[in-house]
Design a protein around this ligand. Structure first.
Ligand code: UDX
Ligand code: ADP
Length: 481
C-alpha cells in the first residue's frame, strides 16, 4: 500500500513536469501513420507534425490533390485539407525531421518474414531496425520514440538497445499500438475505445508516457487512456487482433455446418450475438478475413508461443488461420462445384477486390486467393472494384505467385486470363457466375435482374459477404452459411 502511494505520488509529480512537445516526426506515411498524424494535427494545432517516408511517390501523392491521396479513408481528405501546410507536413527529408522533433513515431511496415529463422511466422523487423539506426545516427538531443507499428513483444527493448549503442543522447521508447480499423480510421481515431500506452517503469519512462498521454488527452477522455508496462502494451495489440480474428473464424467454421445442416448462419449469429456476454460485433460470416494485421499478428503470436515452448497455445491460435484458409478455399470450391467442376475458359466475375469496404487496401484480401484458385482451373476472371486499380490487382497476384515460386510462363498465362473493368456491368457481361467478395454498399443497390440478364444461364450469384440476402430478384443465390 505504502509503495502504491509512493508510486502514484511519484507519477503525479512527474505528470506536472511533462515535456512540452512542439515537433513530432512520424516515420512511415502509410495506412497507420497518415491518418493517425492527420488526426493528431487537427486536435493539437500547437504541435508541428512532419510525416516522412522513403517512398517519394507516396509523399508526392500526400502533397498532391486531396481527391488523389495515396490512401482512401472516409473523412481523411477533409482533415488533411484543414491541416496540411499549417501544422501537418509531408516530406522525404527524414534526417531533418528526426533532428527537429522531440517525439518520433515509428509507423513503418512489419511484414511476415519470407526468409531465414521464423520464416512465414515472425515479423520482419528490418524496416524498424533501419529507422532506429537512422534516428541514432542523426539525433543530437534526447527523444521519445513511439512504436506505432504492430510488433512482436519485446521489440521496444531491441529498439532501445540499437539506439543506445549507437548514440550518446537519451531515448525513451514507448509502445502505443494502433487499434484503428481501415475504412473507419478517422472515426476510430477521433472516438477510440481506448488509447494504450506502454512505458518503462522508471521515472523517465513514466514521464515520457505521460507526455504522450497528454497529447491524446486533448480529445480523448483521461479514463480511456490506459497506461501499462511496455510488454503488456505490445502483447495487447497482438491479443486484440487474435481475439477479433478468432471470432470470425469461429462464425465461419459454423457457416460450413449451417450449409450442411440447413441452419442459417445469419440467424445463428444474431441469436448468439444477443447474449451480452458474447456481443454482436465481428460475427458476420464471410469468405474469410483479410487485411494487413490479422494473419500477420496471429503468426507472430504463434511464433512467440513456440519460442517460449508453448506448443499447445501456438496450435490453438494457428487454428484461427487454418479455418480462414479453409473458408477461402471452400468458397472457391463451391463456385467450381456449382459450375460442374468445369470452368475452363468460362468467365467468372468478381465484384470487389479490397479486403473490406471503404478502403483501397488489398493486403491479404480473400479475393486474391479466390481468383488464384479459379485461374488454376482455367477460368477467365473479370474484376470490378470501385477503389482498386488494375495495377494493384496484378501486383497482388504476382506477389502471391512469386511466393509460390511459379514459373514466368505460368504467371504470364494466368495474368492473360484476368481482366479488370471500370464498371460492374462490363465485368459481369457474359459471365457464368458472379462472386461478391467485398461488401461495398453500392453492390446492394445494383439492378440484379439486369446483371443476371447479361449473364449465361443459369446465372449464379455467390455472395461471399451475405449482403444480397433477401434480394428477391436473384434467382440462383449462394450465400455463405
Ligand atoms: C483490424 C483491427 O480491427 C484493428 O483494431 C487493428 O488496428 C488492425 O486490424 P482492419 O484489418 O483494418 O482492422 O479491419 P477489420 O474491420 O478488423 O476487418 C478485418 C477483416 O475481417 C476484413 O477482411 C473484414 O471483412 C473481416 N470481417 C470483419 C469479417 O469477415 N467478419 C466480421 O464480422 C468482421
Ligand atoms: P501500415 O499499414 O503499417 O501503415 P504501410 O505499408 O501502409 O504500412 O506504410 C508503411 C510505410 O513505411 C511505407 O510507405 C514505407 O515506404 C515506409 N517505410 C518503411 N521503411 C522506412 C524507413 N526506413 N524510413 C522511412 N519510411 C519507411
Amino acid at each position: 500500500m505504502a509503495l502504491a502511494i509512493k508510486y502514484s505520488h511519484l507519477v503525479g509529480c512527474l505528470k506536472n513536469k511533462n515535456m512540452k512537445i512542439k515537433n513530432i516526426c512520424c516515420i512511415g506515411a502509410g495506412y497507420v501513420g497518415g491518418p493517425t498524424m492527420a488526426v493528431i494535427a487537427s486536435k493539437c494545432p500547437d504541435i508541428n507534425i512532419t510525416i516522412v517516408d522513403i517512398n517519394k511517390q507516396r509523399i508526392d501523392a500526400w502533397n498532391g490533390p486531396l481527391d488523389k491521396l495515396p490512401i482512401y479513408e472516409p473523412g481523411l481528405s477533409e482533415i488533411v485539407g484543414q491541416t496540411r501546410d499549417k501544422n501537418l507536413f509531408f516530406s522525404t527529408n527524414i534526417d531533418a525531421a528526426i533532428k527537429n522533433s522531440e517525439m518520433i513515431f515509428i509507423s513503418v511496415n512489419t511484414p511476415t518474414k519470407t526468409y531465414g529463422e521464423g520464416k512465414g511466422f515472425a515479423s520482419d523487423l528490418t524496416f524498424i531496425e533501419n529507422c532506429a539506426r537512422q534516428i541514432a545516427a542523426v539525433a543530437k538531443n534526447n527523444k521519445i520514440i513511439v512504436e506505432k507499428s504492430t510488433l512482436p513483444v519485446r521489440t521496444a527493448e531491441k529498439i532501445k538497445e540499437v539506439l543506445e549503442s549507437n548514440s550518446d543522447v537519451e531515448f525513451e521508447v514507448l509502445s502505443n499500438p494502433e487499434f484503428l480499423a481501415e475504412g473507419t480510421a478517422v472515426s476510430d481515431l477521433l472516438h477510440p475505445d481506448r488509447v494504450l500506452i506502454g512505458g518503462e517503469e522508471t521515472p523517465s519512462g513514466q514521464k515520457a508516457l505521460n507526455t504522450l498521454a497528454e497529447i491524446y488527452q486533448q480529445w480523448v477522455p483521461e479514463d480511456k487512456v490506459l497506461k501499462t508496462n511496455v510488454w503488456s502494451s505490445e502483447l495487447s495489440k497482438l491479443a486484440a487482433n487474435a481475439m477479433l480474428a478468432q471470432r470470425i473464424s469461429s462464425i465461419n467454421s459454423l457457416s460450413a455446418l449451417c450449409e450442411k445442416s440447413g441452419a442459417s448462419i445469419k440467424e445463428v449469429s444474431r441469436a448468439i450475438g444477443m447474449d451480452s456476454r458474447i456481443g454482436s460485433k465481428f460475427l458476420n460470416a464471410s469468405v474469410g478475413f483479410g487485411g494487413s494485421c490479422f494473419q500477420k499478428d496471429i503468426l507472430n503470436l504463434v511464433y512467440l508461443c513456440r519460442f517460449y515452448g508453448l506448443d499447445e497455445v501456438a496450435s490453438y491460435w494457428l487454428g484461427v488461420i487454418e479455418i480462414n484458409d479453409y473458408q477461402k478455399d471452400r468458397f472457391s470450391s463451391k463456385i467450381l462445384l456449382e459450375l460442374n467442376n468445369t470452368v475452363n475458359q468460362k468467365k467468372i466475375a468478381l465484384l470487389g477486390w479490397a479486403f473490406k469496404k471503404d478502403t483501397n487496401d488489398t493486403r491479404e484480401s480473400a479475393a486474391i486467393y479466390v481468383a488464384d484458385k479459379l485461374l488454376d482451373e482455367g477460368a477467365l476472371i473479370s474484376v470490378f472494384d470501385p477503389m482498386v486499380s488494375e495495377k494493384q490487382i496484378h501486383d497482388d497476384l504476382i506477389y502471391l505467385w512469386k511466393s509460390k515460386d511459379l514459373s514466368d510462363t505460368k504467371m504470364k498465362d494466368k495474368l492473360s486470363r484476368i481482366e479488370v473493368f471500370s464498371t460492374h456491368l462490363q465485368a459481369v457481361k457474359d459471365s457464368f457466375a458472379v462472386a461478391v467478395l467485398t461488401e461495398w454498399d453500392e453492390f446492394k443497390e445494383y439492378n440484379w435482374s439486369e446483371i443476371q440478364d447479361s449473364m449465361y444461364k443459369p446465372a449464379k450469384i455467390f455472395d461471399g459477404r451475405n449482403i444480397l440476402m433477401g434480394n428477391k430478384s436473384i434467382i440462383n443465390y449462394y450465400p455463405i452459411g
